[in-house]
Design a protein around this ligand. Structure first.
Ligand code: DAH
Length: 337
């Protein structure tokens, strides 16, 4: 094979390609020259038979040919591709799917928490947003001089009516309306005169729990219940700890922490290096509360707990600003679909 013959093959291949109109004819040219058994690969195998002096030039031209042929092929193939035409209306094609909504993260947490407690025998109880002084404070053993009753903290609607500051008054509604045993959770909206910032809102949600029975119930039962809840929501390796605290309506009272789900308890920014995240307030129902609702304080036992829904949503989904939960921006909410 000489350089002149090589050039002749190149001319020939490009001419054949130029003459090919249909996609199948173009493909035949491609296979004839570039295919596995095509002419170009065969010529490359003969390179060793070309005189040594001519070899570099032979290789260079063969490569240039390949490049030119490939470029021309791409062009011809594009030209032979079927033209886009306006398709006739096809009534059998599926329609455009409507955008699906997603459950709001606050609603989702409420549903998840209630579902876990339902499996533990708790039913869901409900109460109104507008409460009485008695249900929200007095019956919960909160003295009239307690700062939370101040008009600076609570939205009063009159002397006796207010927007509930917690879901705890539902405990009172349930206990004044039926005898023990009661085993309820109550999700709901709460109101406080807080200035809105990244972690506070004047309007937020809590989930309250109450278990009262005529047979002994102890702090250990409370801890086991909350530990089970923790595992169900955060996974099997989560730790739970109780810290002594004070609430007027429980004695003893505790604050409940879960081990930090981000660092597994070793300390990080989310848990402020403590390894723990505060989740709930809880305790054994104070005998005074039993007396105020008309239960026999000497023969009933029980515990109560309350937790902030937004707080759990923020922890679980890594939300850093509570206000995002109320702005109803679909770009934010769509992420929970
Ligand atoms: N109501 C309390 C609050 O808003 C939370 C709470 C603490 C509820 C202890 C309880 C409880 O039922 O036992 O901070």
């Amino acid at each position: 094979m000489t350089l002149a013959e090589l050039d002749a093959h190149q001319q020939q291949s490009l001419a054949e390609l130029q003459a090919a109109i249909e996609a199948t004819a173009i493909e035949q040219v491609r296979v004839r020259y570039l295919g596995r058994n095509g002419l170009l690969p065969a010529l490359m195998k003969q390179l060793k038979d070309v005189p040594v002096a001519d070899r570099p030039e032979f290789g260079r031209r063969a490569n240039a040919w390949r490049a030119a042929l490939e470029a021309a092929l791409t062009e011809r193939q594009a030209a032979a591709a079927p033209r886009e035409t306006v398709a006739p209306f096809d009534a059998t094609l599926p329609g455009r799917w409507p955008t699906l909504g997603a459950m709001h993260p606050v609603s989702r947490i409420i549903e998840d928490v209630c579902r876990v407690f339902a499996r533990l025998g708790f039913t869901v109880a409900d109460g109104p947003d507008i409460e009485t002084r008695f249900n929200n404070f007095t019956a919960l053993n909160t003295p009239a001089h307690h700062p939370s009753l101040d008009a600076t903290d609570t939205f009063w609607l009159g002397d006796d009516q207010l927007l509930r500051t917690q879901t705890s008054p539902v405990q009172i509604r349930v206990m004044t309306s039926r005898p023990p045993p009661v085993r309820i959770v109550t999700p709901g909206r709460c109101y406080r005169r807080d200035t809105t910032d990244a972690t506070h809102s004047a309007n937020f949600h809590q989930i309250e729990g109450l278990y009262v029975d005529t047979k002994p119930v102890s702090l250990a039962d409370l801890k086991a219940t909350l530990a089970c809840f923790a595992r169900e929501t955060m996974g099997p390796s989560v730790g739970v700890r109780f810290r002594p605290h004070f609430f007027p309506f429980t004695e003893p009272s505790v604050e409940v922490d879960f081990s930090c789900h981000v660092c597994n308890g070793s300390g990080c920014r989310v848990c402020k290096q403590s390894g723990w995240i505060e989740i709930a307030g809880a305790g054994m129902v104070d005998p005074r509360v039993y007396r105020l609702v008309g239960y026999d304080a000497d023969s009933v036992y029980g515990y109560a707990f309350g937790m902030g829904v937004e707080r759990i949503a923020m922890i679980k989904y890594g939300i850093t600003d509570i206000r995002l939960l109320y702005e109803n921006d679909v770009r934010f909410l769509g992420q929970f679909a």
